[in-house]
Design a protein around this ligand. Structure first.
Ligand SMILES: Cc1cc2nc3c(=O)[nH]c(=O)nc-3n(C[C@H](O)[C@H](O)[C@H](O)COP(=O)(O)OP(=O)(O)OC[C@H]3O[C@@H](n4cnc5c(N)ncnc54)[C@H](O)[C@@H]3O)c2cc1C
Length: 386
């Protein structure tokens, strides 16, 4: 005879940063079970990020969520036992002929990031001496940018969730969702069944597939592959003081990491949800762009990896109850910003699960519930706007 299913208030599907942060927030006043299909949490996108915290990055909703995450990340609660942020400034440059585009961007970002400022080519080359002369039209320096200890951040959420009585089960891919008598029966691949009135879909690139199990319409999520590779830096370069360097047209970015340089072609190749692998052609293209813009000569790639950044049409996360399926809550579409926005997005998600409005600090930054509402994706356009 089958065991009766264990009961919870909320079952979260997915153990990346989206699932663990929202599970953590909800565990404050709810019994939470988090289910992950892999044998380790954070195996997919969360474990493969560039670990950057950039307040000028992304659209207005992303900038609101990022800036609203800063205070949590700077002073996390007791479950987080190390510092999560380290200073790493950002230098975004506009190549020759692109200065006006950077000025327009600066006008948009300066309200929420007042310490960001435009700098000349000379100043840019002082900040990042590896930049070649004659490449930069204008640059934007963001002194408040940070890098994130993603492992410590993710683990802190998991630890907090467990300490509050939450259950975390790996190797527990959800294969069926059935709603009866006001609650979901959630079946994992090994046949284990659990019940809860609310299911949170935090399945990253697989969020539309999980929604299909519940009979919910897809939100039109598109996983886009992004590659990272690692180069040596010249012995005479002190990488500790170097900013992250990014071209505003995203032909590449570079982030110093110890005595190496973490590089990305900033590629966005549409793919199925999968265990992503690096794209060698994109690495070759990025090496050319890096050699053109900087004096970094290295060609030997030390290591490389790739992950999936999953977006809906407007590049804003999808957070809220499904408009047509009772008790099915979306937490998806964090794209390339899921680490830097997680603290605020989890507070937003928890408030919406509880039927409350947005946290005041998030609303004060101009974000509206409608910006995140899954209903806006009912007939998603096919284009992912840049
Ligand atoms: C190369 C790269 C660089 C990036 N750089 C940054 C950065 O600098 N800053 C930043 O903020 N963001 C960055 N990002 C984006 C960030 O990593 C993502 O937004 C974030 O990790 C998404 O988290 P997630 O929890 O939604 O997805 P994931 O981490 O993929 O987690 C989803 C989980 O759901 C599980 N799952 C799926 N289906 C099921 C199922 N049926 N049952 C159970 N479990 C299931 C998966 O196994 C997976 O573990 C980057 C991403 C990439 C790829």
């Amino acid at each position: 005879m089958n065991e009766p299913p264990e009961k919870f208030d909320v079952i979260v599907v997915g153990g990346g940063i989206g699932g663990v942060s929202l599970g953590y927030e909800l565990s404050h006043d709810r019994s939470v079970c988090l289910l992950e299909q892999e044998s380790t949490l954070a195996y997919h996108t969360t474990g493969r990020s560039a670990a950057l915290f950039l307040e000028t990055y992304g659209n207005a909703a992303i900038r609101a969520l990022t800036t609203a995450s800063r205070s949590f990340l700077l002073g996390p609660p007791e479950h987080f036992d190390t510092e999560l942020l380290t200073r790493r400034t950002l230098l975004q440059f506009a190549a020759r002929g692109r200065g006006e585009a950077l000025e327009a961007m600066f006008e948009q970002v300066r309200t929420l990031t007042p310490d960001a400022r435009l700098v000349t080519e000379d100043e840019a080359r002082t900040l990042f001496p590896l930049l070649r002369e004659g490449v930069v039209d204008l640059a934007l320096h963001e002194p408040g940018s940070m890098e994130v200890d993603v492992h410590a951040l993710h683990q802190g959420f998991v630890r907090g969730l467990r300490r509050r009585g939450g259950v975390v089960a790996t190797r527990s891919g959800v294969v069926a969702l059935e709603r009866t008598a006001g609650a979901w029966t959630v079946t994992s691949a090994d046949g284990t069944r659990r019940r809860a009135p609310v299911v949170v879909d935090a399945a990253g690139a697989w969020a539309d597939s999980v929604a299909a199990l519940a009979g919910a319409s897809p939100v039109g999520l598109r996983p886009l592959r992004r590659t990272i590779f690692v180069l040596d830096t010249p012995d005479d370069v002190d990488t500790r003081q170097l900013p992250t360097l990014s071209d505003i047209d995203e032909s590449f970015y570079l982030k110093p990491e110890g005595d190496r340089m973490l590089c990305s072609p900033a590629d966005e190749t549409s793919t199925e949800p999968t265990d992503a692998r690096p794209d060698e052609t994109e690495i070759a293209r990025a090496l050319d762009a890096i050699h053109e813009a900087t004096t970094l000569e290295a060609r030997h790639v030390r290591s490389s990896w790739a992950g999936l950044r999953s977006f809906v049409h407007d590049r804003t996360p999808v957070v809220g109850f499904d408009p047509n399926v009772d008790g099915f809550f979306w937490c998806a579409g964090q794209g390339g910003y899921g680490i830097q926005t997680c603290a605020a997005l989890a507070r937003v998600g928890a408030a919406l699960v509880r039927g409350e409005g947005l946290p005041v600090d998030v609303a004060a930054r101009g974000l509206d519930v409608a910006d995140l509402d899954p209903a806006r994706c009912a007939a998603p356009p096919h284009i992912v706007d840049a």
